[in-house]
Each structure stands twice: as structure tokens, then as C-alpha cells.
Ligand binder design. Structure first.
Ligand code: NAD
Length: 426
């Protein structure tokens, strides 16, 4: 008989994104026969900061928030990674997300290491002025550790262009001059890049375009399910819809909508914007966030959050291609089940790398003081995503491994090479 205590413990471990990341790292390191000294250096982050952020709330009372910044690796350049505001933020999640940034930057070959930040807070319960005070104080606590040559934050869940503008301003006040390159994902008028807002969704479209060719499918014959309707899911679904794909389902945190004949994503997002819910969208049936993952489709794009496809539901996933728009939507325990079902996985560290690729372009443009047209940004993004997809498939074939393992091997190989060349652990 199943022991619920043991099952619970296993589930907690499976749900720990850092454990998920490490088990894939270990497997890839073993297959690469990674030098033990390099393994010892690369398996841990470079630096972890914990800050307590006092904020005067609108009520006049002070509330102290807990925040983190993990800088995982600097071997290939300054650390790079988003900042997340959520009640669920914890150090293991931030650690995993920071490591994923290191591997992601290496997979698409941009000259950054990985970092991530997070603050435990509930932005839905905070006013704009409270969020501004929180952001400025958090940025002030990080002043010695971030900078264009050190660590360059960007938006993540529940942070946006406005958050980045506040961080840029706080940093610039202390530097006594405007330093646009300290963050990416800024408003275009403040040194942001054209195309950055859509970049993660657009990158997802580019790799899905490549993946469906392997199945001799074309956009009009491809049914797509998208979980999440924020920056990645909403924009990704819109771009897929505009490219002629049949998007049959989409969700937000509450629930989703499904129509096997396809959904007009422009209308659905408008409905979400005006009613704050997808529910009640005409001509579509309601589905829960767990049901949406198990729908019959060709491409499933989980674009919401971690741990959506686990050992508990992986055998019910019915897509041909899994395009991981979110970070860590699949647990390590689910990998083998998906592999045995013959599902082609575009792993998160490639599928959602469009964001960091255009963040890199933004950092370059800020440092040049010369800004590119959106078509130039999109064309360079396409070049990077298509080349990285092809590199990954070649690597998987030549090493006879699945695409997830190949992505980790390729990334670890690149970071290990640079670490060895620099001799930074000598
Ligand atoms: P977002 O806050 O704009 O959107 C998140 C979406 O997911 C919303 O629709 C929300 O309602 C839904 N959601 C949140 N929690 C959920 C849950 N528990 N169950 C179901 N749905 C839920 O965030 P985003 O920027 O789109 O990021 C989504 C994911 O993509 C995250 O994993 C993030 O780390 C990753 N990512 C984002 C970017 C980027 O450029 N924004 C880049 C790379 C990776």
C-alpha cells in the first residue's frame, strides 16, 4: 500500500525546482564526464544575497519584505536574470532560476552568466506607490552587486517595464548619471529595445516553427494549447495565431477556455483585459488549468509557472511537441515519461530564450547609444533561435540523447570550456 508520508516527501522533492535542475545537471555532467574540479565549481552558485526590505505602506506602517538575488555564474560574462515578485518566492526557486539563466545564455550563446532575484510579496495587494518604494529599496540594497558589467536584472513574473524604470532610476541616482544598461526590459523611450516585450513569445514561435517541420506539419494543421496568458503565453499565443496556427486553448491563473476549431486570440485577450477573466468567452468551453494540459493537441506550450507537468500527469499529456515557454514547467521525474511517449521537447532553456536574447540586444544598444529598428531586432532574434534549435538537434543526434539532456550538455560544455580557459578556480 502507498505510504502517504513517503509519497508526500517524494512530491515535495519533485516540486523543488532546484532539485529538478540539479538532477538534469548531474546527468549531463556524468554523460560529459565533466572534470570533478569543474563539477565542484559549477554545481553551486557564485553568490547568494538575502535582503530585508523595509517599506512604508500607504497605511503609514512599515512592513519588512524578504528578497533575494542569486548570482549563479560569471564565467561567460556579467550575470543576467529577471526579478520576480510573488508570495511563493523562495531561495530554492531563485537558485534554480539563476542556474537556468546560466544554461540558457550558454545555449543561445549570449555572453552572460546567470542570476535571478525575487521578493516575497503579493503585488496584487499592493498599490503602485508601495510597489515603487519596495522596488527602489530593493534596488538600493543590491547597488554594490548589480551594474552593466556585473549583473543586469530584467522583468519576470509580476514585474514589468515600470519596475525596470524604477531600478534604472535608483541606480542612476547613486551613480550620478543615467545608466540605462543596468537593467533590460525597460520602456523603449528609456533605453529599452524595440521588440523586447514580444521577444520571449516571438522566440517561442520561431522554435515551434522549426519543430513542426520535423512532423511535416504546417501552422494551419497544427493545434496549439497555451497555458498562461501573460507576457510569454499571451503574446506567444497571439503571435502563433497571427502566424496561422490553430490555438485551441489558452488559460490564466483561474482557468482556461477551449474550442477544438480554434480561438480568436485577439478577441480572447481583449475579453481577458476587459473582464479580468477568460471565463465567459463566447463559443469556448471552460477548462481547468490541469485539464488544459491534457487536451488533445499537436503543440503544448506551458507558459505560466513551474511544476505543471509532473510524474502525476505526464502519462496523460497528448501533444507531439512540448514547447516550454515557462521556466521549469516540467519536473525531472516527468522527463522519462514524456521521452517514452515519444514527445519532442523544446526545453525551457531554449524555448523561452528569446527574452534573454533580446535583453542582450538591449544591453548592446544601450552601450552603443544607437538603437535598432524592430525588424532588425526580430531578424537577429530569428537567426539566434533557429541556429540554436539546429545546434541543439544536431547535438542530441550526435550524442544519442534527448533534447533536454542535450541542452544541458551543450550549455555545461560551453560554460566548462570558458571556466577552464579562464582558470578562475586555479
Ligand atoms: P506573467 O506574470 O506575465 O504571466 C504569467 C501567466 O501565468 C498569467 O496568465 C497568470 O495568470 C498565469 N499563472 C500564474 N500562476 C499560475 C498557476 N499557478 N497556474 C496557472 N497559471 C498561472 O509572467 P511571464 O513573464 O509570462 O512568465 C511566465 C513564465 O515564463 C515564468 O516561468 C517566467 O519565469 C518565464 N519566462 C518569462 C520571460 C519573459 O520575458 N517574461 C522570459 C523567459 C521565461
Amino acid at each position: 500500500m502507498a505510504n502517504p508520508m513517503v509519497d508526500d516527501a517524494r512530491q515535495i522533492k519533485e516540486d523543488n525546482p532546484f532539485e529538478s535542475m540539479m538532477s538534469r545537471f548531474d546527468r549531463a555532467a556524468q554523460l560529459l564526464d565533466l572534470d570533478p574540479d569543474l563539477y565542484a565549481v559549477m554545481r553551486v552558485p557564485n553568490r547568494e544575497l538575502k535582503v530585508y526590505i523595509p517599506v512604508r505602506m500607504d497605511s503609514g506602517r512599515i512592513e519588512v519584505f524578504e528578497g533575494f538575488r542569486v548570482q549563479h555564474n560569471f564565467a561567460r560574462g556579467p550575470a543576467k536574470g529577471g526579478i520576480r515578485y510573488s508570495p511563493d518566492v523562495n531561495i530554492d526557486e531563485v537558485r534554480a532560476l539563476a542556474a537556468w539563466m546560466t544554461w540558457k545564455c550558454a545555449v543561445v550563446n549570449v555572453p552572460f552568466g546567470g542570476a535571478k532575484g525575487g521578493v516575497i510579496c503579493d503585488p496584487t495587494q499592493m498599490s503602485m506607490t508601495e510597489l515603487e518604494r519596495l522596488t527602489r529599496r530593493y534596488a538600493a540594497e543590491l547597488l554594490d552587486f548589480i551594474g552593466p558589467e556585473k549583473d543586469v536584472p530584467a522583468p519576470d513574473m509580476n514585474t514589468n517595464e515600470q519596475t525596470m524604470a524604477w531600478i534604472m532610476d535608483t541606480y542612476s541616482m547613486h551613480a550620478r548619471h543615467t545608466v540605462t544598461a543596468v537593467v533590460t526590459g525597460k520602456p523603449v523611450d528609456l533605453g529599452g529595445s524595440a521588440g523586447r516585450r514580444e521577444a520571449t513569445g516571438r522566440g517561442l514561435l520561431f522554435v515551434i516553427n522549426e519543430a513542426i517541420k520535423r512532423f511535416n506539419m504546417t501552422p494551419p494543421t497544427t493545434r496549439v494549447v497555451v497555458q498562461g496568458s501573460g507576457n510569454v503565453g499571451g503574446i506567444g499565443a497571439r503571435l502563433l495565431h497571427e502566424a496561422g496556427y490553430k490555438v485551441v486553448a489558452i488559460s490564466d491563473i483561474r482557468s482556461g477556455i477551449y474550442n477544438p476549431n480554434g480561438i480568436d486570440i485577439h478577441e480572447a485577450l481583449l475579453h481577458l483585459q476587459t473582464t479580468r477573466s477568460l471565463e465567459g468567452f463566447p463559443g469556448a468551453e471552460r477548462v481547468s488549468n490541469s485539464e488544459i494540459l491534457e487536451l488533445e493537441c499537436d503543440v503544448l506550450a506551458p507558459c505560466a509557472t513551474e511544476n505543471q507537468i509532473t510524474s502525476q500527469n505526464a502519462d496523460r499529456i497528448k501533444c507531439k511537441v512540448l514547447a516550454e515557454g515557462a521556466n521549469g514547467p516540467t519536473t525531472a521525474a516527468a522527463d522519462e515519461i514524456l521521452h517514452n511517449k515519444g514527445i519532442f521537447v523544446i526545453p525551457d532553456i531554449l524555448a523561452n530564450a528569446g527574452g534573454v536574447t533580446v535583453s542582450y540586444f538591449e544591453w548592446v544598444q544601450d552601450r552603443m547609444g544607437y538603437f535598432w529598428k524592430e525588424e532588425v531586432v526580430n531578424e537577429r532574434l530569428q537567426d539566434t533561435m533557429v541556429a540554436s534549435f539546429n545546434d541543439l538537434c544536431k547535438y542530441a543526434d550526435s550524442h544519442s540523447v534527448d533534447t533536454r539532456t542535450a541542452a544541458y550538455m551543450l550549455a555545461i560544455d560551453r560554460v566548462a570550456y570558458d571556466t577552464r580557459m579562464r582558470g578562475i578556480y586555479a
